[in-house]
Ligand binder design. Structure first.
Ligand SMILES: [Zn+2]
Length: 432
């Protein structure tokens, strides 16, 4: 259990991001690298459309894919992280390293990352970008590092000054890389109770020249409330979360605003009624269950329309939604020690049994997450097994232990959504 949980633990050091973390959704579809894969209605004529490179609503997204394979970052120690690659053609998972004798623990290895703070991974054309956001700003700057797809030829393309951190959302129109930062500002003592002293900035970097410009300053007190949920055409869509009644913190109101990268003007998209539960931001939509538990609401940013679909059966308001793609999503919840996993058809509201893994060791279940999408197949996490693992401490000592590991497999999209476990296992050389 250690390696995977540790990866997420290492990722969860950012301040005030609990809300955004809970909104993390399907991790495959937002990593498309080919703009032509965007739905046609999202591409406005003339200009290249913006493409979101990271998962909407979260700053923790250590995965990316090309048409050939899937990249992820795993943690193996206090200052040891590695890039791991699953190759679709050979159906194998390896360290991003060609040397069979390599331990992958120092700078000579192209899979090695001398840090514990990787929070974002994305691909533009033939370059892999990783965001490093250490919490101790005085010792190590927050950086965006670009490298070739084989992990070599590394260069820092963004290096933050002291008091500034890369925050996590990224999009591009092919020319400019759009990104957000947290900027720590001085607050007079009298205001310290009401001002968190952290500004949220939107910026653009010219991919060719490396020059950066600040596009908008959201001000302080909004980290966690202002969520970059997607892009439509040449506009970025931000959701604003408000809790109107402090006595009822679960009642949340959402508004949506669009920021044009051409005019740098804002326009209101929709004023949403108050509803319970956060729902999920994914695939150009905000999806949530109504208070009756029987109505599925889908707001599409492109049209600003909310569509309501009646569900086959009741879904509790606290249910978690995940893996929204291809017109379907996975929903799960625990009730009286009973874990339920269902697939919801967004169009019809039909509910069928969903995919989940089972741990033989612990007896626990979890969602069989979609990691990547290759043609008619998904790459998924499967039933965890206990394997020997190694943890590298910063003082040079090595700890050996047995921990849970989730082998990957390919499954046809049809079987996945039908809940049929016809899995083609990936040959794993990382944990094998
Ligand atoms: Zn290596």
């Amino acid at each position: 259990m250690r390696s995977k949980q540790r990866m997420y633990k290492l990722c969860t050091v950012l301040v005030g991001m609990l809300l955004a973390c809970s909104l993390a959704g399907c991790r495959s579809e937002s990593t498309k690298t080919d703009a032509t894969q965007l739905p046609q209605n999202l591409v406005k004529s003339g200009e290249p459309a913006l493409q979101m490179l990271t998962e909407p609503g979260t700053n923790l997204f250590c995965r990316a894919q090309t048409e050939a394979g899937f990249y992820e970052v795993i943690g193996r120690g206090e200052k040891v992280q590695n890039i791991v690659y699953t190759d679709y053609a050979t159906k194998s998972r390896v360290y991003l390293c060609n040397d069979p004798g390599c331990n992958h623990i120092d700078d000579s290895c192209p899979s090695f990352l001398d840090t514990r703070s990787i929070e974002q991974l994305f691909i533009i054309e033939n370059s892999l970008y990783i965001q490093n956001s250490p919490t101790n700003l005085d010792n190590e700057p927050s950086q965006l590092i670009r490298m070739d797809l084989d992990g070599t030829n590394r260069k820092s393309v963004l290096t933050m000054e002291t008091g500034q951190r890369l925050f996590g959302g990224y999009a591009t129109d092919g020319e400019i890389l759009y990104y957000t930062t947290m900027v720590y500002v001085e607050v007079p003592e009298a205001e310290q109770e009401t001002n968190d002293g952290i500004e949220f900035h939107l910026n653009g970097m010219n991919l060719r020249t490396g020059e950066s410009t600040e596009l908008y300053n959201f001000g302080t007190n909004c980290i966690g409330d202002k969520i970059w949920v997607g892009c439509v055409g040449r506009e970025m869509i931000f959701s604003d979360t408000v809790i109107p009644d402090p006595e009822q913190p679960k009642k949340v109101a959402h508004t949506y605003r669009a920021f044009s990268i051409d005019t740098q003007q804002w326009r209101d998209l929709i004023q949403e009624p108050i509803f319970e539960g956060a729902g999920i931001y994914a695939d150009g939509m905000h999806i949530w269950v109504g208070t009756d538990g029987m109505t599925l609401n889908t707001l599409t940013y492109d049209t600003s329309e909310v569509r309501q679909t009646t569900l086959d059966r009741k879904i509790p308001l606290y249910a978690t939604m995940d893996c929204v793609t291809d017109g379907k999503m996975l929903v799960f919840w625990a009730e009286k020690d009973q874990d339920t996993y269902v697939t919801v058809d967004l169009e019809t509201g039909a509910i069928t049994d969903g995919m989940f893994w089972v741990s033989k060791a612990s007896g626990k279940n979890g969602v069989m997450k979609i990691l990547a999408s290759f043609g008619d197949e998904y790459l998924v996490d499967t039933d965890p097994v206990d394997v020997p693992q190694v943890f590298y401490h910063v003082d040079g000592s090595v700890e050996r232990y047995t921990g849970e590991f989730w082998p990957q497999a390919l499954i046809s999209k049809e079987d996945y959504w039908a809940g049929k476990r016809n899995l083609t296992m990936i040959d794993d050389h990382v944990k094998a």
